[in-house]
Design a protein around this ligand. Structure first.
Ligand SMILES: Cc1cc2nc3c(=O)[nH]c(=O)nc-3n(C[C@H](O)[C@H](O)[C@H](O)COP(=O)(O)OP(=O)(O)OC[C@H]3O[C@@H](n4cnc5c(N)ncnc54)[C@H](O)[C@@H]3O)c2cc1C
Length: 384
């Protein structure tokens, strides 16, 4: 028998992993009545946010339309860090290595120039001398951004959810939403064991949003990351090794984090396997999956040892790899298609979506590049 609540919440947040937990935090902080729903108890291993860490950088290879959001995100991360006991914001810097004629390199440079972000440009020789761990020839250059670094996802999501609860949010976890119905005066949200009512809704369901909105142009992709022994101590955070991205001329794209506990985490951004649900994400395979980063470790990055362990995760890819953030109607907002680069924006997206849902101050930050109607043929179907 389903539990059927009479209460009408000001706002329901469907999916409380990365963005959803931030929306719930900022909305409940404003004193609104908030319902947070998730299929699991976040943080968990079944979405897009696990694997401990995510890179944050501001000079942005994906385009300078992201930079104002990133700068606001950074100041919200700092504000949250000041109120949080455990350290989640590690400003260890980042080195972005790419051929200078690549779009990624040119975009980083132009966004740094436009927004006056502090960067150092290094030749391959200077890069190899400065960090002693790289082996690139003159065809490559590196852009070092000292204010970049990484975020600890598990600490952040726990913190957002605990604080939202303290502000009075109701948490309905371990229940999956199967249906959303627009009634004349409210939205009815049906899960496997309950029904809820809310005036506004934010859908932040990550890779699995298509079970609710099958026409959205989202492709979930299975991804892996790998923890290798750091044999060379210059790879460690304590020795000043930064985060990195590497774009090879072959278009292979890698990223990584400074080593801690003698392990260095490395991933590959391009590639992966298209999937349609969590079950297809299947377990990490030591022999097969680690091969994805073989070329980087064998040729360009010096000093890693044996594979210690790996994990699988998923990207929610949009067709152009830009975010989808929009109103579906005057009650429901959707955020998805973060395409493997969304975590660093979670603070600012949570803040904006919460304010918009509650009719509070509108933002000066421009979300128009992320509107669904850029995929004109699809928009009407999704919004119907
Ligand atoms: C391998 C990997 C590396 C990455 N590296 C970076 C990086 O370095 N920097 C960066 O900025 N970003 C990175 N990202 C991307 C970033 O992690 C994601 O963009 C971000 O976590 C997505 O957040 P989300 O809120 O959309 O999804 P999630 O955090 O997955 O949250 C979605 C939530 O919705 C819930 N849900 C789904 N369907 C339902 C339903 N029907 N009912 C109830 N609940 C539901 C899920 O259980 C989940 O908790 C990486 C991602 C991966 C996979």
């Amino acid at each position: 028998m389903k539990q059927n609540e009479d209460k009408i919440y000001d706002l329901a947040v469907l999916g409380c992993g990365s963005v959803g937990s931030a929306v719930g935090y900022y909305a409940s902080r404003k004193g609104a009545s908030i319902l947070e729903i998730d299929s699991y108890q976040p943080p968990h291993d079944f979405g897009t946010h696990h694997g401990q860490t995510r890179i944050i950088r501001h000079a942005y290879g994906e385009g300078d339309k992201y930079v104002p959001l990133l700068l606001e995100a950074q100041s919200l991360w700092e504000e949250l860090q000041d109120q949080t006991e455990e350290k989640f914001l590690h400003q260890v810097g980042i080195v972005n290595i790419a051929p200078q004629e690549s779009d990624f390199y040119k975009n980083i440079l132009s966004s740094a120039e436009k927004y006056r972000l502090p960067i150092d440009i290094l030749t391959a020789v200077e890069l190899n001398e400065r960090f002693h761990t790289w082996n690139f020839d003159d065809d490559y250059k590196a852009i070092y951004e000292k204010n970049a670094g990484y975020l600890r996802t598990d600490i952040i999501i726990k913190e957002y959810l605990e604080k939202a609860k303290e502000y009075g949010a109701t948490q309905a976890f371990n229940q999956q939403v199967s249906q959303i119905i627009n009634e004349p005066d409210y939205i009815r949200i049906i899960t496997d064991n309950a029904e809820y009512k809310a005036r506004k809704l934010v859908v932040s369901a990550g890779s699995w949003v298509k079970s609710l909105y099958p026409d959205l142009p989202i492709q979930p992709v299975r991804k892996t990351f790998h923890w290798f022994e750091a044999e060379y101590e210059n790879l460690l955070e304590t020795k000043g090794f930064p985060c990195f991205t590497v774009n090879l001329k072959s278009n292979e794209t890698y990223y990584g984090f400074p080593g801690s506990d003698n392990l260095i985490k490395i991933g590959r951004h391009d590639g992966g396997q298209d999937i349609s649900n969590y079950q297809e994400q299947y377990e990490y395979d030591d022999d097969k999956d680690a091969k994805e980063v073989e070329n980087l470790l064998g040729t360009y990055l010096i000093g890693t040892g044996k594979l210690d362990f790996g994990k699988t995760c998923s990207y929610d890819m949009s067709p152009d790899e830009d975010f989808i953030i929009d109103w579906l109607d005057d009650r429901t907002q959707i955020v998805t298609g973060l395409s493997g680069h969304g975590f660093k924006f979670v603070s600012v997206l949570g803040h904006i979506l919460a304010n918009r849902a509650l009719g509070k101050e509108e933002t000066n930050l421009d979300l128009s590049p992320f509107a669904l109607d850029r995929f004109t043929k699809i928009t009407e179907k999704v919004k119907d």
